[in-house]
Ligand binder design. Sequence first.
Ligand code: GUN
Length: 300
Amino acid sequence: MTLIDGKQTAADIRLELKREVDSMLRQGMRPPHLAVVIVGHNPASETYVENKLKACREVGFLADKVALEADITEQQLLQTVERLNRDDEIDGFIVQLPLPDHISESRITQAIDWHKDVDGLHPHNVGLTALGQPSLVSATPKGIRELLSRYHIPTEGRHVVVVGRSNIVGKPMAMLLMQKPYLSLPKMSAAALGDATVTLCHSKTRNLKDICLTADILIVAVGQPALITADMVREGTVVIDVGINRIEDAVAPRGYRLVGDVDFKEVAPKCSYITPVPGGVGPMTIVSLLQNTLQARLNK
Ligand code: GUN
């Protein structure tokens, strides 16, 4: 069994991005520039945003935070989006989710200029991804594709079972892996991967266990601790665990620990490859955002 080290892979990619920025600077080019909009004071969102800004600055990107109060109107937020759309100095921006209940996330996402949509959530980018054309791809599936590529795990002709149908992970993951690979090579992307036979499972799927047992590659993004148990995984399967769940643990320093959707202890010995939680898929999501920001900069 090989552990897929997302932390190390993310560090390798950050180094590559830094070299790329250094080379841009030597040629007199402006470095990539990301803005992150945060509304309100959700502690988890504040931590995510600070981590994104820090990661940008470490690789030499310019990074701005646009902090707005929770009682801002949807119209005011739309005006901020418009201002960022028009600002030629900003290559890409994201509006951190979740937003307060009185603001429509889809209306905000759709107001973002899709060229600057480095979260890959705008319908135009989702559509391009579905068509197998160059697009800004949602961070988590992009990070998983990069992990498969860097660990030389082929997908051609293999049965990939994706558990979870979210717009942010499950659906784009399935689309990316079923594509003809030569159609899906944007600048700076991972090596092309695709040509898989993909089955997408969700909460209403019957015989989840039987389907999982036919997987060559099993990708789980549900948010349910220990959903995948050892009896659901065949010997030699590649397991990608996207779940990040907090479970109470009195002896852990913060009173909780993080676990994935896979019962790691029982499942890992059966796998050819597996991602740990934490330290697997998680660290790849911020580098995907950085890669998308560089891509938006180079696409100009
Ligand atoms: N909140 C949690 N994950 C994300 C993400 O990837 N993008 C945005 N905009 N908000 C998030």
